[in-house]
Design a protein. Structure first.
Length: 467
């Protein structure tokens, strides 16, 4: 074995001792992961720092060796950040690239870094550290979006729009209430990410290849250094477990699903046919041929991006299916799906956090639409129930009144009182209060209802829960 690793790395393998011929060139490229795992470099270096300090702490390395390793790792990190590192395919992955570079820089001490460690527990540690950081960054966007929704909901607590079932006008609701429904979805996404983070934040290092190590390691020390909540209890599980990545992808798929539901509504609402909202120009693009066009690209793209995240969830589930303990090379395939799920969710959340708070409600159009489709018919039925008519009979009466309006091409609120009384003589002048849109929404005045007062109260409770 030579120390010529970086000058002449072609063919050098840190594990090459028992091999009698060089790796096939295609196999080398086929089995390498450096093309995509290089993004773990900062976390790989952080893990190595903690491992080296621990080895010093328990007396496996002397303090000069630990210092040399730490200095060398600092330099490598700076080199990488400066763009001054050319990754080597023949060194396979980010772990061996960094270790080889370290040895090249500091000599013998570099060769001691891997004492009591394997790439199996190293890579599991790296991914957990990386994912933990990314979850935290995603949560920043999620919280920005949650707060943006609250602002917008508060501003629109009184704005009336049609509520839909089957995409048919059903009953009037407030736009603020609709936005608070989005808020609830996203609040659950946030809780899922926080919960997933707990299972991400467990330290595998110390499991070594699969069985643990003969050195007197101190895993709690490493966990403290790296901010892990606990150490993995079983070495076989520690190197093979990817549940946390699957859980993240599941949470990401569901969060993306929510964003696609909002996207669909944003696309519909910004169309000329609905014209309920205006999206800021900076989130839209035009057409190269049709000068009049303003397309809602951001929601459309997010709606499309759910496909890859759902796919990554299935990839990871399938990757783990039937895998025997402990580490298998299959697990190298965990990274690309996980990374892309992270990037996609993070980007989508960021775009929404930037865009949603700046939606402009076109209240007049919303109101006009809410007046169509007899959206206060249920209010009329409820009115009749209050006058002592059984709900089923009230339903029938109102159905007849709606049929009359359709014939006369008018709204329930425009029916002359005498006509209403033809269907039911219990109806009085006060009926018109419940037939208005304002009366209808204000009457749904309980926790979870659409009344403006309830929307304001919900916003207030939500704000306190975020604080
Ligand atoms: N590049 C590998 C991966 O991503 C690192 C672990 C390799 N371990 C091994 N025994 N070959 O999974």
């Amino acid at each position: 074995m030579t120390d010529q690793r970086l000058q002449d790395d072609q063919g050098y393998k840190p594990w090459g001792g028992r091999f009698s011929e060089p790796t096939d060139a295609f196999v080398e490229a086929f089995t390498a992961s450096i093309q995509f795992d290089q993004r773990l470099y900062r976390h790989d270096i952080a893990g190595s720092r903690a491992h080296a300090r621990m080895l010093g702490h328990v007396g496996v390395l002397d303090s000069a060796e630990v210092d040399a390793i730490l200095n060398g790792l600092d330099e490598i990190e700076a080199d990488i950040e400066r763009g001054g590192v050319e990754w080597s395919i023949s060194l396979e992955d980010v772990h061996m690239n960094i270790e080889a570079r370290l040895t090249d820089k500091i000599g013998i001490a570099g060769k001691k870094l891997h004492t009591g460690r394997s790439r199996n527990d190293q890579v599991a540690t790296d991914i957990r550290l990386y994912l933990r950081d990314e979850i935290d960054a995603i949560l920043v966007e999620v919280e920005r979006l949650l707060r943006g929704l609250l602002e917008l909901a508060e501003k629109n607590a009184d704005t009336i729009m049609p509520g839909f079932t089957h995409l048919q006008v059903a009953q009037p609701v407030t736009f603020g209430h609709h936005l608070m429904a989005w808020f609830e979805m996203l609040k659950r996404d946030r809780a899922r990410l926080l919960d997933c983070r707990k299972r991400v934040n467990v330290l595998p290092l110390g499991a070594a290849a699969l069985a643990g190590t003969t050195y007197p390691i101190d895993r709690e020390f490493v966990a403290r250094e790296l901010g892990f909540d606990s150490v993995a209890e079983n070495s076989l599980d520690a190197v093979s477990d990817r549940d946390f990545a699957i859980e993240f992808c599941a949470a990401a798929a569901l969060a993306m699903t929510h964003l696609t539901r909002w996207s669909e509504e944003l696309v519909l609402w910004s169309s000329a046919q609905f014209a309920f909202i205006k999206l800021p120009d900076r989130f839209c693009t035009g057409s190269s041929i049709m000068p009049q066009k303003k397309n809602p690209d951001v929601p459309e793209l997010v709606r499309g991006k759910v496909g890859r995240v759902n796919g990554h969830l299935i990839s990871l589930l399938t990757l783990m299916k039937s895998q025997p303990l402990a580490y298998n090379k299959d697990n190298q395939e965990d990274k690309e799906p996980l990374f892309d799920a992270i990037d996609t969710l993070r980007g989508s959340m960021r775009a929404f956090a930037d865009m949603v708070p700046h939606l402009e409600a076109r209240a007049d159009n919303m109101r006009k639409a809410a007046k169509q489709g007899f959206s206060t018919a249920t209010d009329l039925a409820d009115y009749l129930v209050r006058k002592g008519i059984p709900f089923r009979d009230a339903h029938e009466v109102v159905g007849n009144a709606v049929a009359w309006c359709e014939e006369a091409n008018c709204d329930l609120a425009d029916m002359p009182l005498v006509e209403l009384q033809n269907f039911c003589d219990g109806i009085g002048e006060d009926v018109f209060e419940v037939l208005t849109l304002e009366g209808s929404v204000a009457a749904r005045d309980h926790i979870g209802g659409t009344a403006p007062a309830q929307v304001r109260a919900a916003v207030e409770r939500a704000r306190a829960s975020l604080a």
